[in-house]
Design a protein around this ligand. Structure first.
Ligand SMILES: [Zn+2]
Length: 158
C-alpha cells in the first residue's frame, strides 16, 4: 500500500546580494549563491507521474531568474529604510547609508530577506501555479539554501 509519492527537483540556483537586520543591528552587505530545491507530494496521475519534472523546473527557474544578480531588499524591515527616486534607490540602516541603481535592486514584500522569507515567496508562487495545473498535488516544500550548511524549508498544503 503506497502511502505517499514524492518528487524532488533540485539544481536551481540564483546569486543575489542582501543583508539582514537583527536586534537593531544590520549585517554587512554580502551575497549568496542560493540553491533552491522543491519536494512535491501527491497522487500519481494517469500519465504515471505526480508532476512533470520539467514543468516544475521551468516554473522555478522563471521565479529565480527575477532575483538573479540583484540586490534583494525587504519592504517591511524595522531597521532597513528604502526610498526610490527614479534611477537611484537610497537605503538607510542605523549604521550605514547606501545608494544603488534602482534597476539592480528588488524590493520584496517581506520583513527581512532571510532564506525563510525567500522560501515562503517561492512556495506561495509555485503553489498557486501547481494548484491550478495539478489537482493531484497535496503538499509542497521549498528549500532555499544560502550555503551547504544552512537552508530554510517552507512547507505548504495545497
Ligand atoms: Zn546572508
Amino acid at each position: 500500500m503506497i502511502k505517499e509519492t514524492l518528487i524532488e527537483v533540485s539544481g536551481i540556483d540564483f546569486s543575489a546580494g542582501h543583508f539582514v537586520s537583527e536586534g537593531g543591528k544590520c549585517e554587512r552587505l554580502h551575497g549568496h549563491n542560493y540553491q533552491v530545491s522543491v519536494r512535491i507530494s501527491g497522487e500519481i496521475d494517469s500519465q504515471g507521474m505526480v508532476v512533470d519534472f520539467r514543468v516544475v523546473k521551468e516554473h522555478l527557474r522563471l521565479l529565480c531568474k527575477e532575483w538573479d544578480h540583484r540586490l534583494l531588499l525587504p519592504a517591511h524591515s524595522s531597521q532597513i529604510k528604502i526610498s526610490t527616486r527614479g534611477e537611484h534607490t537610497e537605503v538607510k540602516t542605523p549604521e550605514r547609508e547606501y545608494s544603488f541603481p534602482t534597476k539592480d535592486v528588488l524590493v520584496l514584500d517581506v520583513i527581512e530577506t532571510t532564506a525563510e522569507e525567500l522560501a515562503k515567496i517561492l512556495a506561495t508562487k509555485l503553489g498557486s501555479v501547481l494548484k491550478q495545473e495539478f489537482p493531484n498535488v497535496h503538499q509542497l516544500a521549498v528549500s532555499v539554501a544560502e550555503s551547504a550548511s544552512q537552508r530554510a524549508i517552507v512547507v505548504i498544503d495545497l
